[in-house]
Design a protein around this ligand. Sequence first.
Ligand SMILES: [Zn+2]
Length: 114
Amino acid sequence: MTLPPCPQCQSTYTYEDGALLVCPECGHEWSAQAAEAAPEVEAARVVRDANGNVLADGDSVTLIKDLKVRGSSLVIKVGTKVRGIRLVEGDHDIDCRIDGVGAMQLKSEFVRKA
Ligand SMILES: [Zn+2]
């Protein structure tokens, strides 16, 4: 079994001490488990628009569908441009503010990156 080199000084004289790996040259100690898990960077959640383009905080989008505003008679028309979106968790994954309507949450499948 080969142990990973020291992440600080690249020494290959690493040894195991319980759950830790220790470098005898610079004295650095780190968790062997963390070292193993490191390549598995948790995949960031990706929100895509109706065309499959990746959306990011601060993007501007255009509605591709008339959307009724819940609890009111307002309809946000297709083609309405929304600036400065913020991605959030949930079924409606875009948080934004629309002129004349106020704070809204949209579904990414009903928008297109502007
Ligand atoms: Zn070291």
